[in-house]
Design a binder for this molecule. Structure first.
Ligand code: ARG
Length: 467
């Protein structure tokens, strides 16, 4: 790469004017971000083309220089795309790597690109564009995951399983209903993504170093060219704000936490002891020593990725918390956290979508477990309230005695003879057996948002119209 300056060979060609010598090797190492911010090359080039076009339109640079700049930037884009670009750590970051290459390609006109701009608004722009695109990808990925769950929920609207609290059998629910709980969670994640896109849809370019510029720039024009709704309103805030990155990480951490809870359920459900699901070969691994094993590695890794994503959020919050306005170099540390979290989240959503699409549901095992653990005890209590007029607290007590009896005899509630039930409470009739089955239990729970198949189907239809 040509170094057209007359400075000593080692001083920086972009800002070395007042420096007599170049940086110490350690300075170069701690300062350089090119190792990770090269990911922003396409956004950087897009931003520079919009900026140069606006400068020419406003008469700040000539049309001829603008054409050279745009042509040169197009060349650089294809060089980087094809892997032919030679990134240099001496040039610190993606912005200066591209500008130096532009100078080598088109000569002095390259020096006009940085008019009315600073790396501070430049990096704010590039990073914002990148995060916005990532949010758009996340929105699509979540839509795919929700679609996978809707299909499984529809298939299993009638499949009974135990519902848990404290991971103890609580009341029977349907697997479809359980799937729809995740649809709600991922639906909220997607709503947060959409809100964040709207929130961050303002263009930073033109804030310059921090105070704006005296050049007659048109920030609405660049905002429009780059697909933003409008320019940001305060130049100081613009170069010091990383809320958009923090919002991305917060949303990612919540979504990853949802994915992790699901991963945990998959791990538990695929054990032989539960046996509720069988993972596909495509999303499990074997053991090198125990031939019988099929391990839920994908689910475990989704669970673990959540630690990385949560860590990234805390890392960037910590970077930002002590910074005075406006830009400080600390903010260069924003990118790796976001890149890593984005990669982890993308992979986690993709793996989970695959697992949900492929998993075999063992309805027989779910049903057998649904009836165990006296899961219909609440139905018995409710029956005593409804049919025998007992206050709920008394009904709860009577049911407790019935459960104790069943436990003592080692049988299910439905297997207790009527005479023994009546010995506990004389108001009990043989009609009670109608509510003691798990199917009757779930079918009865028709309250809005409840587990009855009829209700779950309504919720599926509501989401289908919105997915
Ligand atoms: N590489 C820098 C970053 O990522 C670009 C901005 C540098 N600005 C500055 N004033 N040194 O934050």
């Amino acid at each position: 790469m040509a170094d057209g300056s007359s400075e000593t060979k080692s001083s920086n060609q972009m800002w070395g004017g007042r420096f007599a010598s170049g940086p110490d090797a350690i300075m170069e190492e701690i300062n350089a971000s090119i190792g990770f911010d090269k990911k922003l090359y396409a956004q950087d080039i897009r931003g520079s083309i919009a900026h140069a076009t606006m400068l020419a339109h406003q008469g700040i640079i000539s049309a001829e220089d603008k054409d050279k700049i745009v042509h040169g930037l197009d060349t650089i884009l294809s060089e980087i795309d094809s892997g032919a670009f030679d990134f240099s750590r001496r040039l610190e970051d993606i912005h200066m790597n591209i500008e130096a290459r532009l100078a080598a390609l088109i000569g002095p006109a390259a020096g006009r690109l940085h008019t009315a701009r600073s790396r501070n608004d430049q990096v704010a722009l590039d990073f914002r564009l990148w995060v916005k695109e990532e949010l758009q990808k996340t929105e699509k990925a979540l839509t795919g995951l929700i679609a996978a769950f809707l299909d499984r929920a529809e298939e299993h609207a009638e499949t009974v399983m135990p519902g848990f609290t404290h991971l103890q059998t609580a009341q029977p629910v349907t697997f479809g209903h359980h799937c729809m709980a995740y649809v709600e969670m991922f639906g909220r994640d997607r709503a947060r993504v959409r809100h964040a896109i709207e929130h961050m849809d303002e263009s930073p370019i033109g804030a310059a170093a921090l105070a704006g510029t005296g050049f007659p720039i048109d920030r609405h024009m660049t905002a429009n060219a780059l697909g933003f709704r409008e320019p940001t309103r305060n130049s100081i805030d613009t170069v010091s704000d990383r809320d958009f990155a923090l919002e991305f990480l917060s949303i990612a951490a919540i979504a990853a936490t949802h994915l992790s809870r699901l991963a945990e359920e998959i791990v538990i459900w695929s054990t032989p002891q539960f046996g509720f699901i069988r993972l596909s070969d495509a999303f499990s691994t074997g053991s090198s020593i125990m031939p019988q094993k099929k391990n839920p590695d994908a689910a475990e890794l989704v669970r673990a990725k959540t630690g990385r994503v949560n860590g990234s959020l805390v890392a960037l919050l910590t970077v930002m918390k002590g910074l005075p306005l406006a830009y400080s170099k600390d903010m260069q540390e924003d990118k790796e956290q976001v890149f890593d979290a984005a990669e982890s989240l993308e992979l986690a959503i993709a793996a989970m979508t695959g697992m949900i699409r492929d998993v075999t549901i063992r309805a027989d095992r779910m049903k057998a477990a649904a009836g165990s653990g006296y899961s219909t005890a609440t139905d018995l209590a409710d029956w005593l309230v409804r049919e025998a007029g007992l206050p709920f607290r008394d009904a709860h007590h009577v049911t407790g005695r019935v459960v104790a009896l069943a436990e003592q005899k080692g049988c299910d509630l439905a297997d207790l003879p009527l005479a023994e039930l009546q010995a506990i409470n004389s108001a009990i009739t043989d009609k009670v057996y109608g509510v003691l089955t798990v199917e009757a239990s779930v079918a009865s729970r028709t309250s809005f948002g409840g587990t009855a198949p009829s209700e779950v189907r309504k919720q599926i239809a509501w989401w289908r119209a919105r997915n």
